[in-house]
Design a binder for this molecule. Structure first.
Ligand code: NDP
Length: 388
């Protein structure tokens, strides 16, 4: 039996992972499931999958979790330290699907145990790419991409030589506001930004898709994971979300990965890698789809893409600052304090005013945390100034 843990088990990726595991429960020994606010779901899944421990990130909900697990034999715990401790429990395969920088510490712990880390939490690579990769190398642990674009690139590279790779193209649906008039963006409501044309995902990544901050994070993720130069990575708007990524080789060939917009494909690929197993996803009928369309991204509409290129050029802890500013600006939009286009303006201001000492500090977990906290405070201050 494979020992598996799922971080962010109550979220969209977590629930899709559980869907796959629950189809074949005798193959898995579930070690830890984690969540934050959704105690009912966390407890129900922990009992159903006979997990050793269920952890909520929210200490105030520990009593609720204990009550929900009463008599089940599943251990209950809460808080950041408990999440990290759960990451340190021996497991063969760990899904990293917490949203935001909070996913970094448990992921590092899982790698230190030599586990295979299936990484949906792209923020980990954006904030601390070198640290994640060096930890995996030191502990002989494997890192597998779960983001659909990165899973697609990973699959297109099977058996290929990285020296023959000229470029990597990641596609973007364009999100909720792809075809909106630019001048209307300032009026975009939270409900409008939270609805995705193709994918069913958590609210934060859905809004990040509309602003392209999600694609901005993925640009940085591509550079870190595949070790390519920023100028080798392109974004292509592809409204149908059928081609997830393409790899261009030095003989002119483009290898495209085509699949339905269902995250269970990328999750299942990482779960069964290096094998392919039958997955419960739709099979595409390309004759019915008949046309796939593409267009270049507009960096006026989506300034996050330009900011990601600046972050990649600066390197160091610029990714941690960028991500923290982005997460805090997103909180500002969700909380009604700033308008949709203001998110990118705020992030740009924080990036341009961050002292170089924060960006150039060595990449340790403590320094990543310090850069993250500094950027969050700076972003809150910028939002205050603008709101006031
Ligand atoms: P969701 O918002 O649906 O789920 C997030 C999960 O993290 C939930 O289990 C949530 O708990 C938990 N959580 C929230 N805040 C914290 C915290 N501070 N500490 C610990 N746990 C926390 O997100 P998604 O599943 O959509 O995304 C998860 C990750 O996967 C993100 O990094 C996202 O970018 C990435 N991703 C998602 C894709 C998708 O299709 N959804 C596609 C590719 C990547 P609770 O719900 O109980 O509050």
């Amino acid at each position: 039996m494979r020992r598996v843990s799922i971080f962010g088990a109550t979220g969209s990726i977590g629930q899709n992972t559980i869907d796959l595991i629950a189809r074949n429960p005798e193959a898995y020994d579930v070690v830890a499931l984690t969540g934050a606010s959704n105690i009912k779901q966390l407890a129900a899944d922990a009992i159903r999958l006979k997990a050793d421990i269920a952890v909520t990130a929210d200490e105030a909900r520990l009593d609720d979790l204990r009550t929900a697990l009463n008599g089940s034999g599943v251990e209950a715990a809460a808080g950041q330290a408990a999440l990290t401790e759960a990451g340190c429990r021996p497991a063969d395969w760990v899904m990293s699907a917490i949203v935001g920088a909070a996913g970094l510490a448990p992921g590092i712990c899982a790698l230190q145990q030599g586990a295979t880390l299936a990484l949906a939490n792209k923020e980990s690579l954006v904030c601390a790419g070198q640290l994640i990769l060096s930890t995996a190398k030191t502990h002989n642990a494997r890192l597998l991409p779960v983001d659909s674009e990165h899973s697609a690139v990973f699959q297109a590279l099977v058996g290929e030589d990285m020296d023959a790779v000229e470029r990597i193209i990641i596609t973007a649906s364009g999100g909720a506001f792809r075809d909106w008039p630019l001048e209307k963006l300032a009026q975009a409501t939270l409900a409008e930004a939270s609805s995705h044309p193709n994918w069913d995902m958590g609210q934060r990544i859905t809004i990040d898709s509309a602003s392209m901050f999600n694609k901005a994070l993925e640009l940085i993720e591509t550079k870190e994971y595949f070790g390519v130069r920023p100028d080798q990575i392109e974004v292509l708007v592809h409204p149908e979300s059928m081609i997830h990524a393409m790899v261009g080789f030095n003989d002119g060939a483009l290898m495209a990965h085509v699949g339905p917009p269902d995250m269970r494909h990328a999750i299942g690929y990482a779960l069964h890698w290096p094998d392919r197993k039958t997955l419960p996803v739709d099979r595409l009928d390309l004759a019915k789809i008949s046309a796939l369309t593409f267009r270049a991204p507009d960096e006026i509409r989506w300034p996050a893409l330009r900011l990601a290129r600046e972050v990649m050029e600066r390197g160091g802890l610029a990714g941690a600052v960028f991500n923290a500013a982005k997460e805090t600006a997103l909180d500002g939009f969700i909380g009604g304090r700033i308008r949709f286009p203001t998110m990118a303006e705020v992030v740009e201001e924080v990036l341009s005013t961050t002292p170089p000492s924060h960006i150039d500090a060595p990449m340790t977990l403590d320094n990543v945390h310090a850069a993250d906290q500094m950027a969050r405070q700076a972003t809150r201050d910028v939002i205050e100034q603008r709101a006031g």
